[in-house]
Design a protein around this ligand. Structure first.
Ligand SMILES: C[S@@+](CC[C@H](N)C(=O)[O-])C[C@H]1O[C@@H](n2cnc3c(N)ncnc32)[C@H](O)[C@@H]1O
Length: 345
């Protein structure tokens, strides 16, 4: 008999239909039920769980931010009996070897706004942590867990599953990665590059010299400077004055069409210009002579006309002689855009 693998998938608000399109391509017989319109959905794939995980990891969908497995689900009782169901299941899962003695376990609880239940998410977490520590020798953690227990409370049901962090595509609850806002942070845009660094596993410190196209007010530039890179920032708009005295920074206060760069000058190119994607693609393409072979590029692509797959294809065609795609992902900090991670041929 074919196994049925069940998940809850999450995308950025407004992009669930694209995540579903991508999943349907990987698993044509998938059945979907929306939980939160345009954002969170339940899906079932008539395939073995290991195959589903491997396929999703090897062909990671652009718009699927996070998945959590559903191993058990119940109709909501709207009483504390829901918590009793969850803790009884946890004991069975431990007995069945779904996780082992002494593990680091993160418990992630998500509750829909319209879920009318008398208990708070932390009451569920407290009940689960109590069993983990008292009966399983476990250590409740937030990050770097051996396993994640995922609980989701919808308007009608409660769902639970357990998985390794890498199997969820993101080890943050719902893929909603959070960074501390620094007191003197130059722009929120910095979070996009911080997230790309984590999500794509980039070690910026191995690069030496970066060019930042559309750099003002300087959030991305400030991160690259913090990582020890020399940065050439290009923008007709003003950079934050705090950056201007930095000896590692060269600021060209110009339109990127008008700058003169040297061949193979950089080993990293970043561009966060928030422009028409095709125009941005041609502008970046014209400057790629300055990026060394093997150097990498991080580019945000604005999704202006809600045809994201066509937009990505168009951009990759513009870049095809010079860059190949390492990863395309709509990050949590991307709004109506996505992020490409590319390498110079
Ligand atoms: C979204 S902001 C960049 C934010 C920046 N990444 C940060 O972290 O602070 C886009 C920038 O692109 C710049 N820009 C637009 N067209 C440009 C062009 N042709 N050449 C250079 N910069 C341009 C704008 O002036 C604007 O400052």
């Amino acid at each position: 008999m074919t196994q049925l693998t069940t998940y809850i998938g999450t995308s950025n608000h407004g992009f669930a239909q694209y995540a579903q399109d991508e999943l349907r391509k990987l698993f044509p017989l998938t059945k979907f039920t929306l939980l939160v319109p345009t954002e969170v959905f339940y899906f079932q794939v008539p395939e073995d769980t290991t195959d589903v995980i491997t396929t999703m990891q090897e062909n990671e969908p652009i718009f699927l931010r996070h998945v959590q497995p559903v191993h058990q689900e119940w109709e909501l009782s709207h009483t504390d009996a829901d918590i009793a169901h969850l803790t009884a299941w946890l004991r069975e899962a431990y007995a069945a070897g779904l996780f082992g003695y002494g593990e680091k376990i993160a418990t992630q609880i998500r509750k829909e706004e319209r879920a009318d239940v008398p208990y708070a998410p932390f009451a569920i977490k407290a009940a689960i942590d109590e069993i983990l520590t008292a009966e399983c020798g476990g250590e409740p953690v937030v990050r770097y867990a051996d396993h994640i227990i995922s609980v989701y409370i919808s308007a009608k049901k409660v769902y639970i599953g357990i998985s390794k962090p890498s199997e969820n595509l993101s080890d943050w609850s719902g893929g909603a990665i959070r960074f501390m806002k620094e007191e003197d942070q130059i722009s929120r845009a910095k979070f996009k590059l911080l997230e790309a660094e984590q999500r794509f596993g980039i070690d910026f410190s191995i690069a030496r010299k970066a060019v930042d196209i559309g750099a003002a007010p300087g959030g991305w530039t400030s991160l690259l400077l913090e990582r020890g890179l020399k940065v050439t920032a290009i923008d007709p708009a003003a950079m934050n004055p705090r950056l201007l005295g930095n000896p590692l920074l060269t600021f060209l206060k110009k339109n990127a069409n008008d700058v003169k760069l040297r061949e193979n000058e950089f080993d990293l190119l970043v561009c966060d210009m928030s422009w028409d994607p095709r125009q941005m693609g041609h502008l970046v393409s014209d400057l790629l002579f300055s990026l060394q072979s093997g150097g990498t590029a991080i580019v945000t692509v604005k999704l202006m006309h809600k045809k994201p797959f066509q937009t990505v294809r168009d951009i990759l065609r513009i870049f095809e002689d010079s860059l190949f795609l390492l990863k395309a992902k709509q990050l949590f900090h991307n709004r109506e855009e996505l992020t490409l991670y590319l390498q110079k041929i």
